[in-house]
Design a protein around this ligand. Structure first.
Ligand code: HEM
Length: 261
């Protein structure tokens, strides 16, 4: 009883503190909901950054952190290191919000900082989360399997942009559902080691989908993609990757520290 009272007081204190501290967006909710806009912004750090003295770089890092704080009420940003695994880019950001305008305002502010001015924006992908298209028509046992909880605390990220061909979109919904069932069947053994998220991009980008994955087992991910390249749906992939982003999930502070070395 006393235990429950202490827990209630604690919960109320947390709620009161959150209200005083301001209305930061609910990250977990934003990452689950349909109708959320995502922008993937990929950057390469220019030489001018490493040529700046240590003090100026420390000031630049503080400026970047302020921009993240300024926009925390409207959006959530996930940060990933690419340096060492890619020659084209050093890091990327995954921004989620309820309005594409919020994503743009955040990225414009970031690019206006001293650090931002030293960056080259090598790629940007835009998309939106949506309700499931095909799963509702899948057999119940497959639907249940697809609900397997994904792995947590994954160190690796992979992002694969995908574009389908005209035949895919011209196919009746039932025929596409059958091909997507084959796709889903091929992935089942990887549900425990690969976490996934799908973004729809048609009309918002030159892509149709941004596919996003987290895993601790890149060998499983490699086998998963090999399995998917062998199902009939793959005939309709006009673009698969190009670029594929492979990186590690790291906090902003760590990324800024590594890129300031
Ligand atoms: C554990 C791994 C995976 C699982 C469980 C999985 C499962 C699914 C399911 C169930 C759908 C249908 C969603 C709906 O009903 O709207 C889907 C869609 C899709 N998946 Fe996967 N998938 C996996 C991995 C991959 C990989 C590795 C790729 C490509 C790199 C990929 C690309 C896609 C694309 C592009 C769609 C959208 C197709 C469309 O709506 O036309 N998936 N996936």
């Amino acid at each position: 009883m006393r235990h429950r009272l202490v827990l209630t007081v604690l919960a109320l204190t947390v709620v009161a503190f959150a209200q005083v501290a301001g209305a930061e967006v609910d990250r977990e909710k934003l990452l689950k909901e349909p109708g959320v806009y995502a922008t993937f912004a990929v950057f390469k750090v220019g030489d001018q950054w490493s040529q700046m003295d240590k003090e100026a770089r420390a000031g630049g890092v503080a400026e970047v952190k302020k921009v993240f704080q300024k926009h925390a009420d409207n959006l959530t940003v996930d940060t990933y290191l690419l340096r060492g695994l890619s020659e084209k880019a050093d890091f990327f950001l995954r921004v989620h919000s309820k309005e594409m305008l919020h994503n743009q305002n955040f990225l414009v502010d970031l690019m206006g900082t001293t650090f931002g001015k030293a960056l080259r924006n090598t790629d940007t992908f835009n998309g939106i989360t949506k309700a499931l298209n095909y799963v509702p028509k899948f057999p119940d046992d497959l639907k249940t399997e697809l609900k397997t909880p994904p792995p947590q605390g994954n160190p690796y990220v992979v992002v694969v942009p995908v574009r389908k061909d005209a035949d895919w979109w011209l196919m009746p919904q039932d025929a596409r559902t059958a091909l997507m069932k084959e796709h889903a069947d091929a992935t089942l053994v990887y549900l425990k080691t690969v976490k996934r998220k799908l973004y729809h991009s048609s009309g918002l980008d030159d892509l149709d989908f941004i596919t996003y994955f987290e895993t601790a087992k890149l060998d499983d991910f490699n086998n998963l993609v090999t399995a998917l390249l062998q199902v009939k749906e793959n005939h309709h992939n006009k673009q698969f990757g190009e670029p594929t982003l492979l990186g590690t999930i790291r906090p902003l502070d760590e990324i800024l520290e590594i890129l300031s070395r």
